[in-house]
Every structure is written in C-alpha cells, then in structure tokens.
Design a protein around this ligand. Sequence first.
Ligand code: DCT
Ligand code: MG
Length: 394
Amino acid sequence: MGQLSQVHHEHSAASFKHAEETSPLSADIVSQYACQRRTTLNNYNKKFTDAFEILAENDEFRENEGPCLSFRRAASVLKFLQFAIARINDIEGLPWMGEQVKKVIEDILEEGESARVKAVLNSEYYRSFKLFTSVFGVGLKTSGKWFRMGLRTLEDVKCDKNVQFTRMQKAGLLHYEDLISCVLKAEADLIYLIVKDTVWKFCPGALVTLTGGFRRGKKVGHDVDFLITVPGSRPEEELLHLVIDYWKKQGLLLYYELIESTFEKTKLPSQKVDAFDHFQKCFAILKLHKERMDEGTTLTSMACAMKEMKDWKAIRVDLVVSPSEQHAFALLGWTGSRQFERDLRRYATHEKKMRLDNHALYDKTKNIFLSAASEEEIFAHLGLDYLEPWERNA
Ligand code: DCT
Ligand code: MG
C-alpha cells in the first residue's frame, strides 16, 4: 500500500479519537503538500474555510502575497480533514496553522464568527474589488484604478465618462447577470455536446475532455473548461479557427478571444507556480439556448418569445488545444484545483528536483524530460500515489 493511503487511513482512525484526546500523531501524518492529501468536496469545516477564503481574497486584492497564501493553505488543509473542528486542540500538529489562522479559528469556535472576517466584509475596499473583479475581463489592475477614481459600484463605473472598457469588459458587463449566476453541471454537459459535435465536424475522433471544477465533480462552476487534443498528429492549428468560424455563423458566439500557441520545445518548464501556459486557447462566451436545456421542447422558447424574454443564457467557456504528447500534462494542469496545482509544482521542485508545468516534466538531476501518456504516469514519475480528479479539491 502506498504512503498516501496509509496516511489517510491513520488519520481517519486518529480523527475518531478526537472527542477524548487529540492525537499528537497528526503532526507527522498530514502532509504540507495538497498533492499528498486526498481532498474531496466533502468539507466538514466550511464555516472555517469560507472565512479563510475571504481573508485570502482580501489579501489578494491588497496584493499581500504572503498572508494570502497562508490563508489559502490553511483552508486547503481544513478541507482535507475528515471531521469538523470542535476545539482548538483539534488543529494541533496540522501544517500551516500559524498564529493568525489559529486566532480566526478560536474566534469562530468561541463567538460563532470572526470579527476580522466581518470587518473585511464590511470594508469599502474589499466590497468594491469583489464587485469589480466579478466582471469578466476586470482584474486587480483595473479594479485598483476604478477604486482610486472614487468609483464604488458598477453604476458608478458605467456612468463615468473617463472610464474606457476593453472589448472583454464590454462583453462582461453586457452579460453580467448571466455570467455571475453559476453554471450548473447540466449546462456544462450541454456545452460539452456542442463543443464535441463542432470539433468532430472538422476533426472526427479528436479528444474533447471536460476539465476544471466539473471534472473534479463540482455541481456548479463559474465557467466550463475543455481540453482538445488531436491524437497521433501534431496540433491542428486550424481546428480552433474552424470551430470559431462555425459558431459565428450559427450565432452562438457572444464573445471570443483566440490566443495562438507560444510554446517552444527547447524551453524548460516554468519555475513560476502560477505562470500561464503556452497552449493555443480561446476564452469565449457562448449562447446556450433554453430549449436545449429543456431537452428539445420548444415550449420554453415559445413562452419566452410571447413574453419577449430572452430564451438563452450566456456561458463562459475556455477551450485549450494541446499536442498529443503534452495531453497528460495539459489535463493534469487544467483539472486543478489551483491549490492542488501549486502544491504539485512546489512538491516537484522542492522534493524531487524536477520542474513541472502544463507542458512537460523535467528531471534536473538527470537533465532529461520525462514523458507521460497519462496522469497516472506523471504521479508515478513524481513518486506520488495517484489522486483521482475528485480527490484534487484542495
Ligand atoms: N489553471 C491553471 N492556470 C491558469 C488558469 C487555470 O493552471 N492560469 C487551471 C487550474 C484550474 C483549472 O485550470 C480551471 O480554472 P478555473 O476555471 O479558474 O477553475 P475551476 O477549478 O474550474 O473553478 P470554477 O468552478 O470557478 O470554474
Ligand atoms: Mg472552471
């Protein structure tokens, strides 16, 4: 039995005991790396992890990288626990439980809420950034600029004559209500059919895989992510162009931005943990017709037409095209979660003297690229027990 499953088993055993005496064992058994923790969507500590995610987000808005990462790591460890934290002793020996983290947990245990989190939720800075970044195409830079201009609401932003929007932001504002309402799994499945049918029109048999949160078993998401691979041949650079042209003619594309591949074969995997990859990709907003949602009945669209309601929903879709030999790396990278990916790369660098990114794995000791045809092979190269996609919800 591998090291990871043992860890999991021992920990579950230890967690049963917590009502009597917290086991000091936990110090050696919960890994500091998310890629060594089987983390499902079963979160026993949501009230704590929600708090840490708000604090992390606030630090992200304020560009405090260190504290942001600390809170994200703490949340990730708590998502792994097989029991709900009931006393402060329960976190003894767990990784990433610094003083600030401990204080927040104590406050929630004692008061039912954290004053620090409450203050963040009430702060003008956090509220404005939260609102601004909820618009597709708006990041920290733009939010900061709008905040410094004294703008606080989307109405403020839309009415200000000095604000100029990018094409992406215009699309984001135009479809704002649809895009902030979550994508459901059933909608993601319908988008999958549209993507697969279109891709197969031009490239029958191409691999079309749902990635991101939905591959990890999530029931809702903010977008639908796909990886497209043409087996056995070099990447079909035409393919994405053909797909886009087809959707344009069908009137299905509300917005798109196509980014050509910038991959260079000789380059070593990126050192940066959050670096963007070099695949050809398309960030799009697709029109999903409601009649599709109702399995072919036209009743809804008729009803919508009669009331002059719109009979479609705007959905964010990301398409990524990878060459065959990079498929496993791309799939692993685009499945997430982000915290899982960060720790996988950190583990490769610090524990294995290897470099991992969405394209390749490089062994710095042997000075060779390690090829892989599946995610299982990448885990094996790294000496890690395999984690299924639904166990990567770190
Ligand atoms: N990813 C990455 N590097 C990026 C962007 C994304 O490695 N620059 C990976 C991590 C997760 C995955 O791609 C999909 O990204 P998101 O759609 O942002 O995350 P998600 O887990 O699918 O979450 P959501 O449900 O919000 O879409
Ligand atoms: Mg996603």
